[in-house]
Design a protein around this ligand. Structure first.
Ligand SMILES: [Zn+2]
Length: 255
């Protein structure tokens, strides 16, 4: 059994063929999918998708790339969304210094605020970083109290960043389809992540694995990424999937 912990299934072109997308996901062994929000609008969409489709669960939060238009009052709405029984995390949140650094302070402010809310509600955080992993890890470490838990999704940090994350109990990393690309450079990072610290994700509709590179990604393609990771780590794919499944259940669905 596999859980896709990160698929942005709220885009119109996906919603319009949701039954088929979920059918293909189920055929690939996927039992649950977490759909992360980036702002208020996507949070609202995700909650209605969760109500409609049994397989779907949600994360609500403000993505650093969309923080420009976020206001402090929006935090209240976020707390409301978190009441929904199928919302299992605060996300995605974090820091993104790749696209736009003019809102750095605002990104940091909302990242910290949302971490506090997650701690308060005892929910995991889904952390996005781009050119900012070191600083994000520092903030998580500073806020860490043994109770804070979460995922560094689509991990793109250094070995040093990974070492710091591995020190935090209940923090995990996951990799996307780009690990299947010929020029993927961080094979050694994947080698160094213990299996009990790994989660599974696609980041649909982005970062399709080979042989679908450049096309719209979907949860069913998760198996190509997992297969690649199992090869890198020299573990039987089924064994890896079972271990990861347990990690995902522990983090998001508190078994
Ligand atoms: Zn995402």
């Amino acid at each position: 059994m596999i859980i896709d912990t990160h698929a942005h299934l709220y885009y119109d072109d996906i919603v319009s063929e949701m039954d088929k997308v979920l059918e293909r996901a189920a055929e690939s062994g996927i039992s649950r999918i977490i759909v992360p929000a980036v702002d208020i609008q996507t949070s609202v969409k995700i909650i209605s998708l969760c109500d409609k489709y049994e397989m779907l669960y949600g994360a609500v939060g403000f993505h650093p790339g969309d923080i420009k238009d976020t206001e402090s009052g929006d935090i209240k709405l976020l707390e409301e969304f978190l009441q929904h029984p199928k919302v299992v995390a605060v996300g995605e949140i974090g820091l993104d210094y790749y696209w736009d650094v003019s809102y750095k302070d605002k990104q940091i402010y909302f990242f910290k605020e949302q971490i506090e809310i997650a701690k308060d509600k005892n929910l995991p955080v889904i952390v996005h970083t781009r050119n900012s992993t070191k600083e994000a890890v520092e903030i998580i470490t500073e806020k860490y109290d043994g109770n804070l838990k979460g995922q560094f999704h689509c991990f793109s940090g250094t070995s040093e960043d990974l070492d710091e994350i591995l020190k935090l109990e209940n923090f995990f990393v996951s990799f996307c389809g780009n690990v299947t690309f010929k020029k993927y450079k961080d094979i050694n990072i994947i080698e160094n992540v213990p299996v009990n610290k790994l989660l599974s994700e696609t980041d649909t509709p982005y970062l399709s694995p080979e042989p679908f590179r450049g096309k719209r990604n979907e949860p069913a393609y998760i198996k190509y990424t997992l297969k690649k990771i199992s090869e890198i780590k020299n573990i039987e794919c089924g064994k890896l999937e079972t271990a990861i499944y347990r990690n995902v259940m522990n983090l998001f669905f508190t078994i």
